[in-house]
Design a protein around this ligand. Structure first.
Ligand code: NCD
Length: 315
């Protein structure tokens, strides 16, 4: 593996397999009474979050702590960024304290790549604008594989606000590398322009018809949050119309189960219950949403381990 994790494209199929295998070992730690490994003792990890986060930030913090690293959280609002300090000055200031890794979430697509060019520390992309969120894609793959087994040849539908979703962009890459067949579903206004010409893996398809995709019996349906905070205009007429066309409603949950009794439901969170996903679907036995959160810690432990303690850490 490289020194940074900036994009899902940085990870080969073998890298992904190695990370998921390590994550499975790390997951066992979660079941212990004493959740502590000495692996990253003496290492310092800074979580630098310029956008809101519940699960990503806390899971990175827990992951570091369970491996005995010193982890510190800095948020945009409480930092000198609000006094006008630039991103470059902020990260140079932080890394001057000899930190080993920076976990960064930023509203600008490409911010993590820029930071990686400025610092010696390992940089981990925890979500940059609408670009990528590689550890989310890893934890999604891990969670689906736990239930479905090998994802080679499995059909995954990713549904919703694709335009604003970094989760979808990373998932398309990671699932493609694992041999899954991905169909992305969105209303025309939330389908990224030019997506048909994306050079992604075999079997990649786009659709505007969620009912048809559900009737085809996918193995997993990943619902995405409608990201209103990134929308400046009207991307759909009303919330009700969005739900009617693209929500995983109670009726669609029934149709999914009828089409494929083994199908699972994922959502990266946070959910807009009643908009893109109904409570019945979110809380169904086939919902893996809380398993995804649990896997998030294990996967981030695996990523930190391979970047900071692995044998192949580059100079
Ligand atoms: C996602 C994100 O921040 O990109 N959430 C997450 O990390 N679990 C998705 C979202 O905000 O909708």
């Amino acid at each position: 593996m490289r020194r940074h994790l900036l994009s899902s494209a940085d990870l080969s199929r073998d890298d992904i397999a190695m990370l998921l295998a390590t994550a499975a070992e790390m997951h066992d730690i979660q079941r212990r009474d004493v959740k502590k490994l000495p692996t990253l003792r003496g290492r310092t990890i800074i979580n630098l979050f310029f956008e809101d986060s519940t699960r990503t930030r806390s899971s990175f913090e827990i992951a570091g702590k369970w491996m005995s690293a010193d982890t510190i959280n800095i948020t945009g609002k409480g930092s000198s960024t609000s006094k006008g300090e630039s991103l470059r000055d902020t990260v140079l200031t932080i890394t001057a304290m000899a930190v080993d890794a920076l976990v960064i979430r930023h509203m600008a697509s490409g911010a993590c790549h820029q930071v990686a060019g400025w610092v010696d520390a390992s940089v981990i992309n925890a979500g940059d604008g609408t670009h990528e969120h590689p550890t989310q894609a890893l934890l999604d793959a891990y969670t689906m594989a736990q239930r479905l087994g090998d994802l080679q040849g499995r059909h995954v539908a990713i549904v919703g606000d694709l335009t604003h979703s970094r989760v979808f962009r990373s998932n398309v890459i990671t699932l493609g590398r694992l041999g899954a067949r991905v169909t992305v579903v969105a209303p025309p206004t939330l389908m990224p322009s030019g997506i048909g010409s994306w050079a992604v893996a075999d079997g990649f398809a786009t659709s505007g018809n969620l009912d048809e995709v559900i009737a085809s019996g996918p193995d997993a349906v990943m619902m995405l949050r409608v990201q209103r905070e990134r929308m400046s205009g009207g991307f759909f007429p009303t919330a009700r119309e969005y739900t009617v066309g693209y929500g995983l409603t109670r009726e669609r949950l029934r149709a999914l189960t009828a089409a494929n009794g083994e199908a699972v439901i994922c959502h990266p969170g946070p959910m807009n219950r009643g908009l893109e996903i109904s409570p019945e679907a979110a809380d169904a036995a086939s919902s893996l949403i809380l398993d995804q959160v649990s896997a998030g810690v294990a996967v981030r432990m695996a990523v930190l381990y391979h970047l900071l303690a692995g044998e192949e850490v580059a100079a």
